[in-house]
Design a protein around this ligand. Structure first.
Ligand code: UFG
Length: 344
């Protein structure tokens, strides 16, 4: 019998790609999603790619009764990947209670469910945001956790502590915390991808919309940083690569191979890419021009961060493999598909 995995937020950007990779790896997937920042049609895209329609519950993970009912209905579950969370840094500053409630209540409900329903493993989506402005790059998992600069970032730090504290009580399941750098891209089939609502806040969705003429031009936030070309540097990781890391993490726990009750892994490429480099590589990959202008720095931006993924390479047997050009071409293909469908 296939092992069953619950994906909360499984209709979202990273969740949907992870669903595909888990199904490809032979897992049975059950999605919990309240569709607050995603569309149910994503499930059609997943089915087109894999030929398998995942089970779907439109539930909010802050609703413990609904979560427990779904677990009861589904029978034995081997693991959870908990993606469901509010994720806009700027919005979190204006709506902190919403962020603390959504991100932390849902986590606590899922952790209790993991214990009560005898799961083997729990994967949590964390972020390199926990490192703040790092003292040196590349950042490895032992780098100090810096004070959070937004309520969103704080929810990730507190969530990691909650998981640690819960595991210390001697619960029966293991946890793996995955700290993502900057996830970008789309499935090469263009059946699933990122669906930003309103004006995109992240770089690549904005680049795609500017290239398509939906936005007048990209604003490059600052060219006076202490970096090679003056723009900020990030570690852009392909969403399929990222999705595959979740499969590795679950395999490790389901097979009982965890060395620690809570393990931490950075998921990045190990390479820093500047804003200008990303824009230029996009133009090379697609042949499409991106109109842009340089404006002032964005408040709260970190100058330079990229991860050292050696721990994930060595222990999980995972490595980022998709070249940046291919990732950018996939994102553009998805953008073109959205236009064909009249979505944007
Ligand atoms: N940028 C622009 N113009 C834009 C958007 C972004 O120049 O219109 C620049 C930013 O200044 C930054 C880079 O592109 O230098 C990347 O910005 P993103 O908003 O795409 O990503 P961030 O690194 O700021 O944020 C990401 C995630 C957060 C997470 C954070 C951790 O979106 O959820 O990494 O550092 F908290």
């Amino acid at each position: 019998m296939k092992n069953k995995i619950v994906l909360t937020g499984g209709c979202g950007f990273i969740g949907s790609h992870t669903c595909v990779e888990l199904q490809n790896a032979g897992y049975d997937v059950v999605i919990f999603d309240n569709l607050s920042n995603s569309e149910a049609s994503v499930i059609d895209g997943i089915e087109k790619i894999t030929g398998i329609r995942p089970a779907f519950y439109q539930i909010d993970c802050t609703d413990k009764g609904a979560v427990y009912q779904a677990f009861q209905q589904e029978g034995p579950i081997a693991g959870v990947v908990h993606f469901a969370a509010s994720k806009a840094v700027g919005e979190s500053v204006h709506k902190p209670i919403l962020y603390y409630r959504n991100n932390l209540t849902s986590l606590m409900n899922m952790l209790e469910a993991a214990q009560d329903f005898h799961l083997k493993g729990f994967v949590f989506s964390s972020s390199c945001t926990v490192y703040g402005e790092p003292d040196s790059v590349p950042v490895d998992e032992t780098a100090p956790i810096k004070p959070a600069t937004s309520p969103y970032g704080n929810t990730k730090q507190i969530a990691e502590e909650i998981i640690q504290d819960y595991e210390h009580t001697g619960v029966d399941f293991n946890a793996i915390i995955l700290r993502y750098f900057n996830p970008i891209g789309a499935h090469p089939s263009a059946e699933i991808g990122e669906l930003p609502r309103g004006v995109p806040q992240n770089l690549l969705p904005y680049v795609c919309q500017a290239a398509m003429g939906i936005r007048k031009e990209l604003s490059v936030f600052g060219d006076d940083y202490n970096t090679a070309d003056g723009s900020c540097v990030r570690d852009y990781i392909d969403v399929i690569d990222l999705a595959k890391a979740h499969v590795c993490a679950l395999n490790r726990m389901v097979e009982g191979k965890s060395a620690e009750k809570v393990e931490y892994y950075n998921l990045g490429t190990g390479h820093g890419v500047s804003v200008f480099e990303l824009v230029n590589t996009f133009m090379e990959a697609t042949g499409v021009k991106v109109p842009y202008k340089v404006v002032g720095r964005r408040e709260g931006d970190i100058e330079r961060i990229y991860g050292n993924p050696s721990h994930a390479n060595e222990v999980l047997g995972w490595k980022a493999a998709v070249p940046l050009k291919e990732t950018l071409a996939n994102a553009w293909r998805w953008q073109e598909k959205l236009r064909e469908k009249g979505v944007m």
